[in-house]
Design a protein around this ligand. Structure first.
Ligand code: OSB
Ligand code: MG
Length: 372
């Protein structure tokens, strides 16, 4: 396989509802779409889902644009490869920059599955034709507003709700949501905002009594030992997100007992190839996994749905319908959840969703082209 033309399109879409995490608040997202084309005109799309600012990880849209246009486009365009799992080796000398790489890796998988005539889910080793979606709710102005948001999602049929927490916004909102929804699968995500200070540890240990499915990323990404120490004294499983960027991180986390659940994000790990490998390792260790989200547009969301169809993804994934985030999406059949169930495209080749190129181009804030 050989890609003759690569186009990068930075696209900006407003969020239906502002989203706040422990680090920042956002009202729109700006992702870079990667469009790859072979000599026969077959096309594959990938999405670089980096947040705008360096708060989730070190990358930003700007760094992804620079790395993508200066290093990844030249590494991929005109190169020959057999299978998408071989594509990451083309940019193997580029360190870090996983979000940027992930968009290119996904575009290769999408193109390859189009050319081979197989749905992306099957190309990745997926086995399920539906996946269960959970929703992720940001920090709200107050507890009442949060309970109202949870009620909306429960009414929509989502079986699992994750709440963003931060020091000072933890025990109180979680207790209120738990009181209102005693049987809901509930989990919290701190995005690394806690330390091992007494006050923080007291709050985290208090959450242990709330019947949470997991506590996600309590401590800073590299602080695996803090996660291991907390996991040793609480019953609630700790899930890692930001901490696990490659297979070595996963090996270390498992060895020190830093997590009992893994959030797999292709974006965070440099692509679908790495995500599938992490899934395989987690499965060997009996670690349940689920697919995290980065508020992806339809291209990235469709790839996440395909990934979630692999057998180790046994917990609900953050692949809620795109209508929760965007009034209009970049694909013409937006991803929809029906009572928390999302259909995996199983009969059409590639992503299984057509990209609305006119809409993408109309909303592109900049473009770049590389040809062989
Ligand atoms: O930690 O999962 C996270 C969004 C931006 C940055 C980090 C995270 C998130 C989400 C989004 O929780 C969930 C979704 O896309 O549905
Ligand atoms: Mg997370």
């Amino acid at each position: 396989m050989r890609i003759d033309r690569i186009e990068l399109l930075q696209v900006r879409l407003p969020l239906v509802h502002e989203f706040e995490t422990s680090s920042h608040r956002k009202s729109y997202l700006e992702h870079v779409l990667v469009r790859v084309e072979d000599a026969d005109g077959a096309v594959g799309w990938g999405e670089v889902a980096s947040p705008s600012g360096p708060f989730y990880t070190a990358e930003t849209v700007e760094t992804c644009w620079t790395i993508g246009s200066s290093y990844l486009v030249p590494a991929l365009v005109g190169a020959s490869w057999e299978h998408p799992r071989d594509a990451p080796a083309l940019w193997g000398k580029v360190r870090g920059n996983e979000f940027a790489k992930a968009g290119f890796d996904a575009a290769c998988w999408a193109l390859w599955s189009v050319v081979e005539g197989v749905p992306l889910a099957r190309a990745l080793g997926g086995e399920r034709q539906t996946v269960v979606a959970g929703v992720s709710l940001g920090i709200e102005a107050g507890v009442d507003a949060l309970v109202e948001q949870v009620a909306r999602q429960v009414d929509a049929g989502y079986p699992r709700v994750k709440l963003k927490i931060a020091p000072g916004w933890d025990v109180e909102p979680v207790t209120a949501v738990r009181a209102a929804f005693p049987d809901l699968q509930l989990h919290v995500d701190a995005n690394g905002a806690y330390t091992e200070d007494d006050e923080h540890l007291t709050a985290l240990r208090a959450l242990d009594g709330s019947g949470l499915v997991m506590i996600e990323q309590p401590f800073a990404p590299r602080n695996l030992m803090a996660a291991a120490r907390l996991q040793a004294v609480i019953d609630t499983p700790i899930c890692l997100d930001e901490s696990i960027v490659d297979g070595h991180d996963l090996e270390t986390a498992l060895a020190v007992g830093a997590c009992r659940v893994l959030n797999i994000k292709a974006s965070r790990m440099g692509g679908l190839t790495a995500a599938v490998a992490a899934h395989d390792v987690a499965r060997e260790h009996d670690i349940p996994v689920w697919c995290g989200g980065m508020h992806e547009f339809g291209v990235g969301r469709a790839a996440n749905v395909a990934l979630s169809s692999l057998p180790g993804f046994v917990l609900p994934s953050d692949v809620s319908g795109s209508d929760k985030y965007y009034a209009r999406d970049v694909v013409t059949q937006p991803i929809r959840a029906d009572h928390g169930i999302v259909a995996v495209p199983w009969d059409s080749p590639g992503l299984g969703h057509d990209v609305d190129e006119e809409f993408v181009r109309a909303n592109a804030t900049r473009t770049h082209e590389g040809t062989a």
